[in-house]
Design a protein around this ligand. Structure first.
Ligand code: CA
Length: 518
C-alpha cells in the first residue's frame, strides 16, 4: 500500500465505498489580481517594499514556488486558464477586450462538484459570462469597485458597504461557516486588489509614513538595446500614468464621510506636489512613490484577508486537511523598466507569486525552482482530491512537487502567448519559449490576412542580463541557442495544439473596425 500515491488512495477510497469528508482534502485558492512577487516579503525582494506576515506563513508552513509562470499575462485569460487547465488558444478566452468565457467547457470546479465537493467562488470573476460549476457564486461585476461595491450573488445584484478586499474576506469566511460540514469544499476567494488604480483601504492611507521607496535599477531604462516590442509600448510612469492613477481624481463609490477621510490624506500631498512643479526624473520619482504607497496599501489589506482566512481554518481545526494555494493572475511591474502593468513574456510580468500549504502532505518551508505554472492548478486540485483530470487539460499536477519530489519528465521549457492589441498599453502580440536561462519571443503585428508582420524576434539571457535589458537575438555567439530554442518552440506549439492562424477576435481591437467619430 505504501507505494500508492495519495491520489491513488483517494481514488481507491472513492471506488470502494462512501467517503467521509475528512478523507478528502478541502481546497482553497486565494487569488489576487496583479500581485507582484516583489510585494511579498517571503520572496525577499532587495527593495524590502513591504512585510506580508500572513502570506509569508504559507511559505513557512508550505512551499514557495519561485518560477511559477502564467500562459498569457492578463486578468481574464489567466482566470480562464486556471479553471480549464488549458491555454487561451484552447479555452477561447484570449483577451480582456472581446473574449467571453464559454461556461459549457469542462473546468476543475465542475469535476470537483461532480465528485461530491461543495464549490464556491467569491470576489472578482472577470470572465463576462456567469460562473458555472459553483454551488454558490458572489462576484464583482467586471473589474469591480474598491469601495462600497455592488456585487452579484447567485445571479442577483446586491450592494455592499465597506472596502472590497475586506468584504471578499468576510463573505468567504461566512460561506465556510455555513457550509455543509459533511462534504469537502472548494473555495475560490478572489481579490480585486491590488489591481489598477490601486486604491487602499482608508485605514491604510499613510501606512508608509511618506516613505521614499528604494528604486528599481531600471526605473529610467532607455530601452537602447531592445527592439520594436518594447519601444512600441505605452505603460510607463513617465507617459501613461493618469490623474486617476495619481489620485488627482477621486475613485468611484466613496460615501461623503469616506471621501472626507480620503481627501484628508491626499489633498495636502497633492497640493505640495502641484507647488513643487516637478519635471523629468523628479516627476517620475514622485509618481513611483505615490504608486508604491497606493499599491502596497492595497497589498496590506490582501495580506490581512489571508490572515483572517488562515485564522478561521486554525480556529475550526480545518487547517490540517485543507490545501491552501495563494497566487495572482500574473506578475506586475513595480517601476522596473519605468513601468506598471504586465502582459510581457518578461520576468516581472510572466511570473506570479505562488505558495501552497497542505499540512501532512506538502513539505514545509521549501522553495521549488522548477518551471511551474497556473496552468498546473486545475490538475493539482483534481489530483489532491483523487479525481481524474480531463484529457484535454494541458498542465501537470504539482502534488509531487509539494512533496519535494520532481518527476523526471517535468517540463524544462514553457510556452507563452499574448494577444491583446493595441489597447490598452500597446504591447505587441507575441509568443515564445521560456527556459531556466533563456527567453525567445516572436513579436508580431498580425495583418488582415492573419500572417505576422513583421517577422521579428528577440532573445533574452537571464544569466548574463538578469534585468532583461538587451536582446541577444542578432549576436552570432547565440546562433546555436536561437536554433535550439526555435526547434523547442515549434515542438511546444505542436504539443499544445497551437493553430498556425488564430481567430481574428483573439487580438482584441486589432481587427475591430475603428469607432466612428461623432
Ligand atoms: Ca490581473
Amino acid at each position: 500500500m505504501r507505494h500508492l500515491s495519495l491520489s491513488a488512495l483517494a481514488a481507491l477510497a472513492l471506488a470502494t465505498g462512501p467517503v467521509v469528508a475528512a478523507e478528502k482534502p478541502n481546497i482553497i485558492l486565494i487569488f489576487a489580481d496583479d500581485h507582484a512577487y516583489q510585494a511579498i516579503s517571503a520572496y525577499g525582494d532587495t527593495r524590502k517594499l513591504i512585510e506580508t506576515p500572513n502570506i509569508d506563513r504559507l511559505a513557512k508552513e508550505g512551499v514557495r514556488f519561485d518560477r511559477a509562470l502564467v500562459p498569457n499575462s492578463i486578468c481574464g485569460p489567466s482566470r480562464a486558464t486556471i479553471l480549464t487547465g488549458k491555454y487561451s488558444h484552447r479555452n477561447g478566452f484570449f483577451n480582456n477586450t472581446n473574449s467571453r468565457f464559454d461556461g459549457t467547457q469542462v473546468t476543475f470546479p465542475k469535476l470537483l462538484q461532480a465528485a461530491g465537493y461543495q464549490t464556491a467562488i467569491i470576489g472578482k470573476w472577470h470572465l463576462v459570462s456567469n460562473p458555472t460549476g459553483f454551488d454558490h457564486w458572489h462576484i464583482l461585476p467586471g473589474q469591480g469597485r474598491y469601495y462600497n461595491p455592488p456585487m452579484i450573488k447567485d445571479g442577483k445584484q446586491v450592494q455592499h458597504q465597506g472596502y472590497t478586499t475586506d468584504i471578499i474576506a468576510d463573505l468567504s469566511v461566512e460561506w465556510l461557516k455555513n457550509r455543509d460540514k459533511n462534504k469537502p469544499f472548494l473555495l475560490m476567494t478572489q481579490h480585486k486588489a491590488p489591481h489598477r488604480e490601486w486604491s487602499p483601504a482608508l485605514r491604510h492611507l499613510g501606512h508608509d509614513k511618506d516613505r521614499k521607496y528604494p528604486e528599481p535599477e531600471t526605473l529610467f531604462d532607455d530601452y537602447a538595446n531592445r527592439g520594436i516590442g518594447v519601444k512600441n509600448q505605452d505603460m510607463t510612469l513617465e507617459k501613461t500614468f493618469t490623474p486617476l492613477d495619481a489620485k488627482f481624481t477621486v475613485p468611484a463609490g466613496l460615501t461623503p464621510e469616506q471621501l472626507k477621510e480620503w481627501n484628508a490624506y491626499y489633498e495636502p500631498r497633492n497640493k505640495a506636489f502641484r507647488e513643487a512643479k516637478l519635471e523629468g526624473k523628479e516627476l517620475v520619482r514622485w509618481r513611483y512613490n505615490r504608486y508604491m504607497h497606493d499599491y502596497l496599501g492595497c497589498v496590506k489589506a490582501v495580506d490581512e484577508a489571508v490572515g483572517k482566512l488562515l485564522k478561521f481554518l486554525d480556529d475550526e481545526g480545518l487547517a490540517k486537511n485543507t490545501l491552501v494555494v495563494y497566487c495572482a493572475d500574473q506578475g506586475f511591474y513595480l517601476g522596473e523598466h519605468g513601468w506598471f502593468d504586465k502582459r510581457w513574456i518578461f520576468e516581472e510580468s510572466v511570473r506570479t507569486p505562488m505558495l501552497a500549504r497542505w499540512p501532512g502532505v506538502a513539505k514545509t518551508g521549501i522553495v521549488n525552482k522548477n518551471l511551474t505554472s497556473t496552468l498546473d492548478l486545475a490538475q493539482t486540485f483534481l489530483d489532491a482530491a483523487g479525481v481524474p483530470a480531463d484529457k484535454e487539460m494541458q498542465g501537470a499536477s504539482l502534488v509531487p512537487l509539494l512533496k519535494g519530489e520532481t518527476p523526471k519528465d517535468w517540463r524544462k521549457s514553457f510556452y507563452y502567448e499574448y494577444f491583446e492589441y493595441p489597447t490598452p498599453h500597446r504591447v505587441i502580440p507575441h509568443y515564445g519559449v521560456i527556459t531556466e536561462r533563456f527567453k525567445l519571443a516572436r513579436f508580431y503585428v498580425p495583418k488582415a490576412d492573419g500572417k505576422p508582420d513583421p517577422d521579428y524576434w528577440e532573445l533574452y539571457d537571464r544569466e548574463k542580463d538578469p534585468n532583461e535589458t538587451k536582446s541577444f537575438f542578432a549576436d552570432p555567439n547565440y546562433a546555436d541557442t536561437v536554433k535550439e530554442l526555435k526547434a523547442e518552440l515549434e515542438k511546444l506549439r505542436k504539443d499544445f495544439k497551437v493553430p498556425d492562424q488564430m481567430p481574428k477576435e483573439a487580438y482584441g481591437r486589432l481587427f475591430m473596425p475603428p469607432k466612428k467619430k461623432k
